[in-house]
Design a protein around this ligand. Structure first.
Ligand code: G6P
Ligand code: MN
Length: 449
């Protein structure tokens, strides 16, 4: 099977390749095509993968051949006849991420990669590219499954579904990581628990955790010291988690603690984007200068990136749990999806899929993040109990904003973009929305329309 990775020069690509190296079942991916607009980054990642494969072959006994890697800067060539597509692109690069953050922060509202106005700005410039990819897939690889990592993942997946239907699913590591932490905090094997999770991407709640037929989440919610043992418990505080009766996704910190989040981000000398821009530049430069040490350097920088994840909203003395830094998750969900489709072994996992009738009150074509059953026919949302009114209200408002953003991007309509910013729960005034549109130069993005 062939897997095409769009954004193949990206820093997290080796995680996916590493997971493929560890996958010994049949059928499996034996060829990986890396596509990127930046040839320099592509060759850096190629060096990392070569060295990774060499080390894996040395260490493993009786290991299969490492998947062949080819790289290209031609989208059609990359996609032609492929079986699976991972889309993990970053339109505008990390420079774009820093602009998304700073324009909003300068106007006194949240400046973050995917949540709030920064996420809308990111969506506005990413949706057109995602549509171009979807159109190309339909033309040159109509049978391929597309796994979308590209953020804002819910919005981008929904836009691509208009062309690809259910052949595209969206992936995020945060719900699975949350469920895994909750199980571990209770001393349970995460693999033997089933998560009752509902939401949109980066806006969801773990409402239950079933082990041997029993919902064990109430036990965790009632135990402040166990709660303090996991990231979400510390971030939200046991009292707030208890008040909600559910464990929120970490990204909900930006809503429930909006002022605190804004204050701590503004108090930092650099945003997450600023930090990563420097770190990643240095990484690609280092690999270009010392290609023989690419894998070693990647491992070092990866540990650093993971250890500092969301540091801007964690208290200063709080280190991340080692299991979280090591655990990853992103590549695991992607591989589990491919394995279930290729081998037809039914698996349950949390994915971004078409709502249909899963969450009453949300549009049928809305993409939601819920537990799904995946097999050779793809992913289907499992039926679920209704979200509570506050959850549904928040999901509903953010979904409306996402749909307006997609429509604005597709029709290049500045008015729709302004409405989207204005209706976002984290933008507190229509006048700020207008300033955001000016600050982000949305009219320029739409060709001066
Ligand atoms: C998590 C989220 C991703 C997001 C990433 C940011 O993994 O689920 O959607 O892109 O964090 O991490 P970074 O290291 O880029 O700040
Ligand atoms: Mn995510």
């Amino acid at each position: 099977m062939r897997l095409t990775i769009l954004g193949g020069g990206g820093f997290r690509v080796p995680l996916v390749y590493g997971a493929l190296l560890r996958d010994h079942d049949e059928p499996r991916v034996d060829e990986v095509v890396l596509y990127d607009v930046d040839a320099g980054r592509l060759s850096a990642v190629e060096r990392v993968l070569e060295q990774m494969a060499r080390q894996a072959t040395r260490q493993a006994t009786g290991a299969h051949d490492a998947p062949l890697v080819v790289a290209t800067t031609d989208l059609e060539e990359a996609l032609g006849g492929t079986d699976f597509v991972f889309s993990a692109i970053r339109v505008g690069g990390l420079e774009g991420r820093t602009r998304d953050e700073h324009v909003a922060l300068d106007l006194g509202v949240l400046g973050q990669e995917t949540t709030g106005p920064g996420g809308l700005a990111y969506g506005l410039r990413t949706v057109p590219e995602a549509m171009r990819i979807a159109d190309t897939v339909v033309r040159v690889a109509p049978r391929a499954w597309v796994i979308n990592f590209t953020n804002p993942a819910g919005m981008v997946t929904e836009a691509m579904q208009a062309v690809l239907g259910d052949r595209v699913v969206g992936i995020c590591d945060s719900p699975i990581a949350l469920a895994r932490r909750a199980a571990t905090a209770l001393g349970l094997d995460p693999a033997r628990t089933r998560a009752d999770y509902v939401g949109l991407n980066h806006l969801g709640w773990l409402r239950g955790l079933v082990h041997d037929g029993e919902d064990v989440l109430p036990r965790l919610l009632a135990d402040p010291s166990a709660l303090r043992g996991i990231e979400e418990g510390r971030l939200f505080g046991p009292d707030w988690v208890q008040a909600l009766g559910a464990l929120p996704n970490e990204y909900l910190y930006y809503y429930y603690y909006a002022r605190d989040a804004l204050a701590s981000i503004r108090a930092e000398p650099a945003t997450r984007g600023d930090y990563l821009l420097q770190q990643q530049r240095a990484f690609y430069d280092a690999v270009a200068a010392r290609p023989a040490r690419a894998y070693e350097e990647w491992q070092r920088v990866r540990a650093e990136r993971d250890a500092t994840y969301m540091a801007e909203v964690r208290s200063e003395d709080e280190a991340r749990d080692e299991a979280d830094v090591a655990g990853g998750g992103y590549e695991g969900v992607a591989l589990a999806f491919m394995a279930a489709v290729m081998r037809g072994t039914a698996t349950t996992m949390i994915l971004n899929v078409r709502n249909g009738t899963t969450v009453a009150g949300l549009p049928r074509d809305a993409v939601v993040e819920v537990p799904c059953l995946v097999d050779a026919a793809g992913a289907r949302a499992l039926s679920t109990t209704p979200p509570d009114p506050h959850q549904l209200g928040l999901m509903s408002q953010v979904k409306a904003v996402e749909q307006l953003t997609i429509a604005a991007a597709r029709s290049r309509d500045v008015g729709l973009a302004t409405t989207a910013f204005a209706l976002h729960p984290l933008v507190d005034s229509v006048s700020v929305a207008r300033e955001l549109v000016r600050g982000y130069r949305i009219a320029d993005l739409f060709g001066g329309a």
